[in-house]
Design a protein around this ligand. Structure first.
Ligand SMILES: Cc1cc2nc3c(=O)[nH]c(=O)nc-3n(C[C@H](O)[C@H](O)[C@H](O)COP(=O)(O)OP(=O)(O)OC[C@H]3O[C@@H](n4cnc5c(N)ncnc54)[C@H](O)[C@@H]3O)c2cc1C
Length: 306
């Protein structure tokens, strides 16, 4: 372990944090493959998160940080991640309403929140029922689906930078620079909460929308170990179409396979290898570029690969 990280672990432990060495990382992603983080810490409350920031922002060492949500858009290498993995505990999952405004905690699971918001008769979040991530991950990724995107209803997000000696601050949607599956949220920033403004809607109609979305997902997307769409859709054509036209639907490399149901999903076998998934991603990129001239860009966050 790097000396800087070892010193940080000592400081965190002296500050009362429980720090796990060789903390499960790949196992906490929806791919369920990949290695461990050199160290991991779970934060229970905003106050604890601020204490963590106090220690990390003293600049004991410039160590790599990774904030993990529900791990549904991450592939970590079999060799693991040589830094500190930060996760938010259940204390970061909440829903508060102020009329049509809703505040969600950063660790709140999207499908649960989508159902609760629809039940409240608020329209604008049903798309999230099929996205198995957290609110924090959705802000970072500007998640979306079914013709909608988080940026449409997001008003602001509360962020703290773990490397800056500054309190948590609300950032407007414009300041977050939300674009297609990207944002200005950096690796050392944690999304603590997000505020949304929704329209009034009919709970029965919204319940119908939720059922339709779930049914559509079941019919069109595979289950099993994956992280949803692997590549961002290029402007010219959906990535799935380019991959299928390149003859790669169902193509296998060792323990990883391009889904036969949706060509922009790569499945990992149980007890499979993240490095196999990564290798298959490279094969797909090369073949698609050779055939179409289009360079596919990864939507999945790749961690620990050189
Ligand atoms: C079956 C399946 C279907 C999917 N369908 C869709 C879809 O339709 N649309 C879509 O957009 N995505 C989809 N995804 C991808 C994924 O669910 C989304 O990107 C989701 O928003 C990621 O949230 P997460 O909590 O899992 O983030 P993670 O995967 O844990 O992390 C993703 C990124 O967000 C950062 N992050 C996570 N939490 C925080 C936080 N609190 N503060 C700061 N940064 C944070 C991480 O550092 C990382 O950079 C799908 C995934 C799966 C497995």
């Amino acid at each position: 372990m790097a000396e800087g990280l070892a010193r940080t672990i000592d400081q965190l432990r002296a500050g009362g944090f429980f720090v796990l060495e060789q903390a499960p990382f790949g196992a906490r992603t929806t791919y369920r493959v990949g290695g461990a983080a050199a160290a991991g810490v779970e934060v229970a409350s905003v106050e604890e998160l601020e204490r963590l920031r106090d220690i990390l922002s003293q600049g004991v060492a410039n160590i790599p940080l990774f904030v993990l949500g529900r791990g549904s858009n991450v592939l970590v290498a079999d060799g693991g991640f040589p830094g500190l993995l930060i996760t938010l505990g259940a204390g970061f999952s909440w829903l508060q309403t102020h009329d049509s405004q809703v505040e969600l905690g950063g660790a709140s699971p999207l499908p649960v929140m989508a159902r609760r918001i629809a039940k409240l008769g608020l329209d604008g979040f049903t798309w999230a029922v099929g996205v198995p991530g957290s609110v924090g991950g959705a802000v970072r990724m500007n998640a979306g689906g079914h013709g909608h995107v988080l940026a449409e209803t997001l008003q602001s997000a509360l962020l703290v930078d773990l490397t800056a000696d500054a309190p948590p601050t609300w950032h407007s949607t414009a300041a977050l620079e939300l674009e297609y599956r990207s944002s200005a949220v950096g690796a050392s920033q944690v999304v603590i909460a997000a505020r949304f403004a929704f329209e009034a809607g009919d709970p029965h109609e919204l319940a119908g929308q939720l059922s339709d979305i779930v049914a559509w997902r079941r019919a069109h997307q595979p289950g099993g170990q994956n992280a949803g769409s692997v590549f961002v859709n290029p402007e010219r054509s959906p990535a799935a179409v380019l991959i299928e036209e390149s003859g790669l639907k169902g193509y296998r490399y060792r323990s990883a396979a391009v889904s036969a149901k949706h060509a922009n999903f790569i499945q990992a076998d149980p007890q499979g290898s993240a490095d196999d998934v990564f290798h298959l991603m490279q094969v797909v990129r090369e073949q698609v570029e050779r055939r179409t001239g289009i360079e596919l860009r990864s939507e999945v966050r790749l961690v620990g690969f050189s």
